[in-house]
Write a protein that binds this ligand. Structure first.
Ligand SMILES: [Zn+2]
Length: 275
């Protein structure tokens, strides 16, 4: 009887630990635009895991490491592999299929059929963004659950296949939060400002680096109140909500990038803030 109680107690304790970990990590959803958890087992040092040549965020301790893999919206479902430096075998994981709905939007015609000058500007900005999204610093983020950057209704429009004025464009790779122009935007976790600018589609934009390939992006701002290189504490204001760039009205567009893949910010919201 004593042993049974002891076994039950240990079982409950293990369950608690698993629960605590699940609350601290982003939700697992191994679909395009989601996050896969890949168990890397025990190791004396943090494994150097990669998808292709892109480093992947690894959390845990010497008893058990877990790779958190951001899966791009463009990923084809099916078996994938992760490599670990110094390991002979690759770690398998599977991307499950996910069908996102379609969203039809009406915007100014000049934001869909681009002039030659706007096309050239957009291409320059796309190249610049590819450099920003490749930012990688070694220190992992202190927290992996994020606060909502502004209060307000959160759309579940991540991943929607978008049709602007009847023409198909890139899927929606972030979360829109409805808020009035001027509403302060708070850093959802500590981070360093790695880019600010006023872009054709994204309008006034701020990028934060939280470490180890976890980045966040804020678009369509009316005002930017930080500079590249600033170190922000969680909750510090980085700018204000606006309607700059390609928008239908004032709101915050919030993107989360993990190992260069835009993933659903809802997976990272702290349980208290999630709805
Ligand atoms: Zn958006």
């Amino acid at each position: 009887m004593k042993q049974l109680f002891a076994a039950l107690w240990v079982g409950l304790f293990a369950l608690n630990l698993a629960h605590a970990q699940a609350q601290d990590l982003p939700q697992e959803r191994a679909v395009p635009g989601g996050v896969a958890w890949v168990d890397l087992g025990a190791a004396a040092n943090r494994p150097d895991a990669r998808v292709g040549d892109v480093p992947v965020l690894v959390v845990g301790d010497t008893s058990r490491w877990t790779a958190l893999v951001g899966i791009p919206l463009s990923a084809t479902p099916g078996p994938k592999t992760l490599t670990v430096k110094g390991a002979a075998n690759a770690w398998p994981y599977t991307v499950k299929p996910m069908k996102y709905a379609e969203q039809r939007l009406k915007v100014a015609p000049g934001k869909v059929d681009l002039s030659a000058a706007d096309t050239a500007r957009y291409e320059r900005e796309r190249t610049h963004q590819a450099q920003v999204i490749a930012t990688h610093t070694d220190t992992p983020p202190a927290v992996l659950r994020l606060r909502a950057p502004v209060p307000g209704p959160q759309s579940s429009s991540f991943g929607l296949r978008r049709v602007f004025n009847g023409q198909s464009r890139n899927p929606h790779s972030g979360m829109d939060i409805a808020a009035a122009t001027g509403t302060p935007i708070a850093a959802p976790a500590a981070g360093r400002v790695i880019d600010t600018g006023d872009y054709f589609f994204n309008g006034k934009t701020v990028w934060l680096d939280h470490g180890a390939g976890l980045l966040t992006m804020y678009c369509h701002l009316s005002d930017i109140s930080v500079r590249v290189g600033d170190e922000l504490a969680a909750g510090q204001t980085l700018g204000a909500v606006g309607a700059t760039g390609r928008v239908t009205g004032p709101h915050l567009h919030w993107s989360v990038s993990l190992n260069r893949a835009m993933v659903d910010p809802a997976l990272f919201l702290s349980t208290a803030a999630a709805r």
